[in-house]
Design a protein around this ligand. Structure first.
Ligand code: GDP
Ligand code: GDP
Length: 459
């Protein structure tokens, strides 16, 4: 199974050098002939045992800066579209330039996954540039030296989550395999869940929330703290675990954290690591310290989980320290409903990573949200529901004209994604879209998972 990576960036940041390093041969020989525009060349790349196809956009830049925009943009956009993820390179020695900002803007607009790379980061000269790279708003940069081969383990970790996307996260526009058909009625029914595959789980949260303690208790040993130092092995990314005969793959957050701790001294949340963990996972367990619950960072992580389309569970850790448990629970429920409307109904599971109490409950809830995340609502049921909504609460008229909603279907799950056909999609108020989503969530019992709704033009 392979995936495609585009290398993006302004001239001279080291795209060809990185391409050569990843492909492991000199086929992308730097071509200095002016005016020669090379095609986007795909190469078969490898880091450790991670294989992928790489598209190099080097050489697409025109020497004339005036035409930089047009030429680069069209070609780069094509490469970004074609790829599952873009590696966006900046030169850490130079720092962020206006052209880099321009690229960042383009990447943000296309909205596909981006891994930010601060290249030429070897030695002291690159340090400022790496820090500056945060300002691009594309997350934590991977500090790299393409020339010297430094930072490849981090690049590996950043790309690993994309290995499976191709298989499991297909194009949102594609209607994938239909639901099963009931032989009796001829109606679509929900296909049963495939229980043979392990569920991928990440345990995330602020520093000191108790993640390592919880994971160690789950695994029953201190194995997270020992891990191969080199980093380029699959084992340092996930740990296999079995709970009641269910296979679980746990993302190894602690291994990454240990490294981050050494580097930054100060304990702080690494957004990049958290994002990596979230992208790895199907279900994310957000661990809160109940003595300081729902801090800003907790909410940011929950929002990230929703935006990445993963299922969420909130572990109320250190419950052993809570005195009036009933009052605390009521308070936390209220906070969750108010602060996290995007994952309404998210389960809150009190537990103690220290004593292990509550872990079975956590796993029970985890299997439930995993099933919800995988759910497919049969088209017939969805449209019966839509018909009654349209009868009782039709879309408002905008500029004097009624907006017609015709039909709804769920082309994909993981997370549940719906498409509605609408006479004037652009005019339908957001409030109405939210109303529809809330209705779907309540009617079909889709708690704790982010839902997507796309409007398509159709009479
Ligand atoms: P491209 O135009 O983006 O494809 O950039 P190239 O790969 O042609 O590299 C531009 C220049 O930067 C070359 O002189 C490379 O040797 C140099 N370079 C590339 N990567 C690194 C690196 O990691 N560290 C340093 N110091 N120089 C690098
Ligand atoms: P991490 O940074 O999220 O991995 O957090 P740690 O697992 O290192 O835990 C941070 C601190 O919280 C440590 O002092 C733990 O002993 C403590 N801690 C973790 N879980 C619990 C718990 O369930 N109850 C109590 N009372 N303390 C806990």
């Amino acid at each position: 199974m392979t995936f495609t990576v585009a290398i993006i960036g302004r001239p001279n940041v080291g795209k060809s050098t990185l391409f050569n390093r990843l492909v492991g041969s000199k086929i992308a020989i730097v071509d200095d002939t002016p005016g020669v525009t090379r095609d986007r060349r795909p190469g078969e790349a490898r880091i450790g045992d991670l294989h992928f196809t790489i598209i190099d956009t080097a050489g697409l830049e025109d020497a004339d800066p005036d035409s930089l925009e047009g030429r680069m943009r069209a070609q780069t956009e094509m490469a970004i579209e074609e790829a599952d993820v873009s590696l966006f390179l900046i030169d850490a020695r130079v720092g962020v330039t206006p052209v880099d900002e321009h690229f960042a803007e383009l990447l943000r607009r296309v909205g596909k996954p981006v891994v930010l790379v601060a290249n030429k980061a070897e030695g002291k000269l690159g340090e400022n540039g790496v820090m500056e790279a945060y300002s691009l708003g594309l997350g934590e940069p991977v500090a790299l030296s393409a020339e010297h081969g430094e930072g490849m383990a981090d690049l590996f970790a950043a790309l690993l989550p994309f290995e499976r996307e191709e298989e499991e996260f297909d194009d949102e526009d594609e209607v994938d395999a239909p639901l099963a058909i009931d032989p009796e009625t001829g109606e679509e029914i929900e296909a049963p869940l495939d229980l043979s595959k392990p569920i991928k789980v990440a345990i995330v949260g602020r520093p000191n929330a108790g993640k390592s303690t919880l994971i160690n208790t789950m695994l029953g040993e201190d194995r997270l703290l020992v891990g191969p130092e080199a980093g380029i092995t699959r084992d340092s990314i996930s740990v296999d675990w079995t709970w009641n005969d269910r296979r679980i793959k746990l993302f190894d957050t602690a291994g990454m954290r240990k490294k981050a701790r050494v580097e930054t001294k100060l304990e702080k949340l690494s957004v990049g690591d958290t994002l990596r963990a979230i992208r790895f996972a199907e279900v994310v367990v957000l661990t809160l310290d109940v003595t300081i619950p729902f801090e800003k960072q907790d909410l940011q992580i929950a929002d990230l989980v929703a935006r990445e389309g993963r299922a969420l569970i909130i572990a109320l850790n250190k419950w052993d320290l809570v005195e009036d448990r009933q009052a605390k629970m009521a308070e936390l429920r209220e906070m969750a409903e108010r602060l996290l409307p995007q994952v309404r109904g998210v389960p809150l599971v009190p537990l103690s990573g220290l004593t292990g109490s509550g872990i079975d409950k956590l796993m029970g809830e985890l299997l439930k949200v995993y099933a919800t995340w995988n759910r497919r609502i049969p088209t017939a049921a969805l449209n019966r529901w839509l018909a009654s909504v349209l009868e009782h609460h039709p879309p408002p008229a905008v500029s004097g004209r009624r907006i017609k909603l015709r039909y709804m279907t769920q082309p994909k799950a993981r997370p549940p994604t719906f498409v509605a056909f609408c006479s004037r999609p652009e005019a339908l108020p957001d409030a109405y879209t939210r109303y529809l989503l809330n209705g779907i969530r309540d009617t079909f019992k889709l708690s704790a998972v982010p839902l997507r709704l796309t409007l398509r033009k159709g009479e």
